[in-house]
Design a protein around this ligand. Sequence first.
Ligand SMILES: Nc1ncnc2c1ncn2[C@@H]1O[C@H](COP(=O)(O)OP(=O)(O)OP(=O)(O)O)[C@@H](O)[C@H]1O
Ligand SMILES: [Mg+2]
Length: 151
Amino acid sequence: MKLTWKTKAEKETRSLAARLGSLLHPGDIVTLSGDLGAGKTTFTKALAAALGVTRTVNSPTFTIIKEYEGRCPFYHMDAYRLDDSMEELGLEEYTDGEGVLVIEWPEMIEDQLPEDRLSLHLAYTGETTREIYAEAAGRRYEALLEEWKKA
Ligand SMILES: Nc1ncnc2c1ncn2[C@@H]1O[C@H](COP(=O)(O)OP(=O)(O)OP(=O)(O)O)[C@@H](O)[C@H]1O
Ligand SMILES: [Mg+2]
């Protein structure tokens, strides 16, 4: 299942992300791809806030993954500097059902990602406009995307 949204301002992207955040359950995995400045981190921050994270979410530049406390643990990973030839990341540790995992730049570690996930792609379409494509793989994510569409 696939869906596309168009946003006309940052606050619309934030609101879309917040609606998704409020629907996420422990164990969910969401990936965010898109060019530099497309809005991946902006999206992640609003999603985390909706998950009850009160600390400021910044891109994990010097660490591969950052953990935050919200309604459940929230793991934020930036794979920009990684590549699939590197050692096993052991992502199962983060997808075992305890927390929500969001990964920016999933294309860098494609081979290590589970097939079932919600994949989002953000595209720059103008200074303040973006297109957000969502693709769900697996039953949980098909249901999630269906809920998000209605939210
Ligand atoms: N409709 C919109 N949706 C999201 N962000 C927008 C929108 N319009 C303008 N922006 C701006 O675009 C920028 C997006 O930056 P952000 O850091 O979220 O991108 P990124 O994809 O994480 O980039 P990077 O790969 O460099 O980390 C922000 O400055 C934000 O204010
Ligand atoms: Mg970013």
